[in-house]
Design a protein around this ligand. Structure first.
Ligand code: FES
Ligand code: FES
Length: 166
């Protein structure tokens, strides 16, 4: 039989997602992005370009921000994933409040990915400069061109967290 018509192999993956151990079976070619949205029902992570260009699908994999459309679900096995659902578990965060206050949330589609990248930046650079923010966020595109507002929101969040010791 032509390999193209052979039954596609499946993989079973066990991974920690947002602090919970999850096991699922999916086609071997499934991306982390599609597994989160389809197999695990976590649709907060957005799918847009699906080729690593826009950052809409950003999640944390073992603590590092990655484009989940470029990672195979099988690569999650034994690893830890954090999505926007975890960040917002206790309600709107200070960063999300700042994004709203700055008017950065226009259509909102890019915002989950922006939040994940910004949280990753602030986790290892609590007081970033504007240049560091622009560099760290350069992989997250915004079709509504809220770039300056997003930078301002990250700066405001950084200042607030540093001043309150959060
Ligand atoms: S959907 Fe993954 S980078 Fe655009
Ligand atoms: S707010 Fe619309 S794409 Fe960023």
């Amino acid at each position: 039989m032509d390999a193209r018509f052979a039954a596609e192999s499946q993989v079973t993956v066990t991974t920690t997602v947002n602090g919970e151990l999850r096991t699922f079976t999916a086609p071997a070619h499934r991306t982390l992005l599609d597994a989160l949205r389809n197999e695990l029902g976590l649709t907060g992570t957005k799918s847009s370009c699906t080729e690593g260009e826009c950052g809409a699908c950003t999640v944390l994999l073992d603590g590092k921000a990655v484009n989940s459309c470029l990672v195979l679900a099988a690569e999650m096995d034994g690893h830890e994933v954090v999505t926007i659902e975890s960040v917002s578990r206790d309600g709107v965060t200070d960063l999300q409040e700042a994004l709203l206050k700055e008017g950065a949330v226009q259509c909102g589609f890019c915002i989950p990915g922006q939040v994940m990248s910004a949280e990753y930046l602030l986790s290892h650079t609590p007081e970033p400069t504007v240049e560091e923010i622009r560099s760290a966020m350069s992989g997250n595109l915004c079709r509504c061109a809220s770039y300056n507002r997003i930078v301002n929101a990250i700066l405001a969040t950084s200042k607030k967290r540093v001043s309150t010791g959060e």
